[in-house]
Design a protein around this ligand. Sequence first.
Ligand code: G3P
Ligand code: MG
Length: 248
Amino acid sequence: MHRPEFPLPAVLAHRCGGTLAPENTLAGFVAAVTNGCRGVEFDVMLNGSASPVLIHDESLERTTNGYGPVAHTTDDVLFALDAGAWFDPRFAGEPVPSLDLAAARCQALGLAANIEIKPSRGTDAETAERVVRRVRTLWAATPDKVLLSSFSERALEIAATLAPGLRRGLLVEAVPADWLVRCRRLRAASLHADHRHLDPACVAAVREAGLWVATYTVNDPGRAATLFEWGVDCVITDRPDIVRPPRR
Ligand code: G3P
Ligand code: MG
């Protein structure tokens, strides 16, 4: 089956800048670019004002100086939090970015974006609707620079309906036996799996179905080279300073 070239860079920095900066912050974008990385993956969830924001956990404690569920924290409180000091005092004052701010910064830095729709529990439909509508607007001029992904198939279904022109990837840990049925139903362009569950035959089968293969979270350059040899199209890494794209 014909497989066009993967439209994003072959190496994406995980949660904006991997472990070079606090996760899901604008400082991460700068760290990625500074290390020669041209694309980023980040997580988007709705806060208590239904604004899409960059954060991984459903609660604020691990990555900010706030407390409680993201879904109950409104703009005025959330955007005043510090999302950098927990990582290193050098990053004190880094905010939790809105999706709008992230889009502007990615575009200014020339970064492609794999946007992971990460609904908090029970909010798959609302999160997908709001995130996809916003992405459609924010990347209207450069839709090829964005790839939506999610573990939530409900979110991907909604994305397919609201923005069929934006590419989508199905996120899984292990590759399920019915991966092709699921990807076809969602009209997904890519399958994103944990690299520990991939093998050459699985990568070949996904490629033969005309889909791209992305994998996470690959922090060893030798392992990344092996995965690229198998035919993986994209590696998501915490070490964008040392994991490099293949020479093709
Ligand atoms: O998109 C790949 C990866 O980010 C999925 O896992 O938990 O880091 O969002 P997680
Ligand atoms: Mg993620």
